[in-house]
Design a protein around this ligand. Sequence first.
Ligand SMILES: [Zn+2]
Length: 431
Amino acid sequence: MKTILLALAALLSSSAFAAKIEEELFVMGSQPALLKELVGHADITVDHLDSHGFEVYGPAGLGEFLSQRGVAFYDLKDARKNVDWTNYPSYEQIKAKLEEFAAKYPQIVRLTSIGKSVKGRDLMVLKISDNVAVDEIEPEFKYISSMHGDEITGRELTIRLVDEMLQKYGSDAAITDLINNTEIFVMPSMNPDGSELRQRANAAGQDLNRNFPEAVRNDPNNAAGRQPETQAIMAFQASRNISLSANFHGGAVVANYPWDAKYDRHPFDALLQDFSLEYANLNPEMRSSSEFNRGITNGADWYVLLGGMQDWSYIWHNDLQITVELSDSKWPNYRDIPGFYTSNRDSMIRYMELVHQGAGIKLANRNATGKVEVLNAQGASLGTYGFQRGEFYKVLSPGAYTFKVEADGARLSINVTVDSEISPNGNFTSL
Ligand SMILES: [Zn+2]
């Protein structure tokens, strides 16, 4: 009989990057001490904590470690044997669908591949906007789905959303306004290999939502050594001025707002809660959640997560991002997808419109770089943000603000007003 307990430390790699996910388990019941021990380790992913327990992913030996602790758990790989995978489109079918959108609506859709997955699949992003071939000065928004390959609902919903928007462009006033005055980016499948393999991780066994530079660990914003899917997002985000986004997951029903990695409140906590509530309030299941008050949660209050995309996007790119968990079942029966679309459609449209609640500046010199300090009406600083390519835009709560701008060696202050309406010029002040 083994007398020495397997130490958690023995499982974990000493590399700066996570070990491969080899075991996928569900720990049953509330285990606060164990949870505390597991979270924060780069090699261990904890996910979807609820009243039944939580998922835990990690290297070989994880199950043995839990057994020796006397912890009750089951294997998620066994549970997956009961999942009905049928009728979902393949990667090739999805690619063909996105190509069809771009071919049918060339004035308002452009399809690009921002990189390749581990297995060489295209990482496809749709841009939807009027004058789509032109980089206009308009608020920029993005939706990304299914960075966890087995969390499939969002891939289907984002494609349905795009389909409906394209069909209704020119006839539905709200959708037409949104497309005419916003640069919208939609990536239905950030982890196509994982979805083809019906697994959470990418084809290299890595959890992409633990693979981003982490500020609390003092990681530099450096793509070297990261997964190709992560690198593609990092390069794409750096090429744009996206100021509001959401990433879609599955395994719960909730809108989750930053920070994920620390318990401190985000400087725009009230705004993030407002936006999360805007999403949840239009979704009957989310709004009436029995697990989450009002259908929303702060990320770290739910469980701490390091290396996630949500915190990274704001810290490095001034892009406020929430994580929307769309369905309790990660891979529901395909016939239930239309119902999930019905539940989320209004929320998805409304959340996109919120990018217009903000203010920006545009400079004649489209190569200008600089920084903007944002002050509220009482003169308190709300942070200083760098910008490039002659354009800065920030989503804010309604009210009056001062932007102290430093650009091309010149300094000036401007007063801006934020309301929540979509404005044809996107509320940019020309400097
Ligand atoms: Zn997920």
